[in-house]
Ligand binder design. Structure first.
Ligand code: IDP
Ligand code: MG
Length: 169
């Protein structure tokens, strides 16, 4: 109930400190988990000022992954992509903050690490599109769908953020 009131308030006054703002879905892919990059990824999003609202280690099922990547069903690499994502656990997360969907894509870098700028996650930690360490939602609508696909509503925590005053005007 408190969450609901805060969310309504935040939507009415978007610039208010601690405003709910938007949410995105991120996942450290199996190569990122194997290569011990989970802490590095979390550190980058925390350091930027975003707020973690959910996190879990998941061995994703084929069914879940087919749904998650449904848009890419017709692509020649689809089968390999599903196998890659099933090859080990992933760390699924929801992050919240001002313009977080777009900002996350900038922190992550281009899909093909060869095109990703140095300083981005893909630019710094990988070399091939088929092992590109991290997933991030590409729009508000896909963020909404992906969060609902990977998390139950009660796994998204609404917690008081004492940090917002130092981030927002
Ligand atoms: P994104 O992850 O940057 O949003 P998408 O185009 O949505 O990129 O593709 C989803 C994932 O599919 C990529 O992150 C990558 O793992 C994989 N992928 C995309 N294009 C290729 C390709 O040409 N070969 C192999 N895998 C690919
Ligand atoms: Mg995508």
């Amino acid at each position: 109930m408190i969450c609901l009131v805060l969310t309504i308030f935040a939507n009415l006054f978007p610039a208010a400190p601690g405003a709910a703002q938007e949410r995105t879905f991120l996942a450290v892919k199996p190569d990122g988990v194997q290569r011990r990059l989970v802490g590095e990824v979390v550190r980058r999003f925390e350091r930027k000022g975003f707020k973690l609202v959910a996190l879990k280690l998941v061995q994703a099922s084929e069914e879940l992954l087919r749904e998650h990547y449904a848009e890419l069903r017709g692509r020649p690499f689809f089968g390999r992509l599903i196998e890659y994502m099933r090859s080990g656990p992933v760390v699924a997360m929801v992050w919240q903050g001002l313009d977080v969907v777009r900002a996350s894509r900038m922190l992550i870098g281009a899909t093909d690490p060869a095109d990703a700028s140095p300083g981005t996650i893909r630019g710094d930690f990988c070399v091939e599109v088929g092992k590109n360490v991290i997933h991030g939602s590409d729009s508000l609508e896909s963020a909404r769908q992906e969060i609902a696909l990977w998390f139950r509503a009660d796994e998204l925590l609404c917690w008081e953020d004492s940090f917002g005053h130092w981030l927002h005007e």
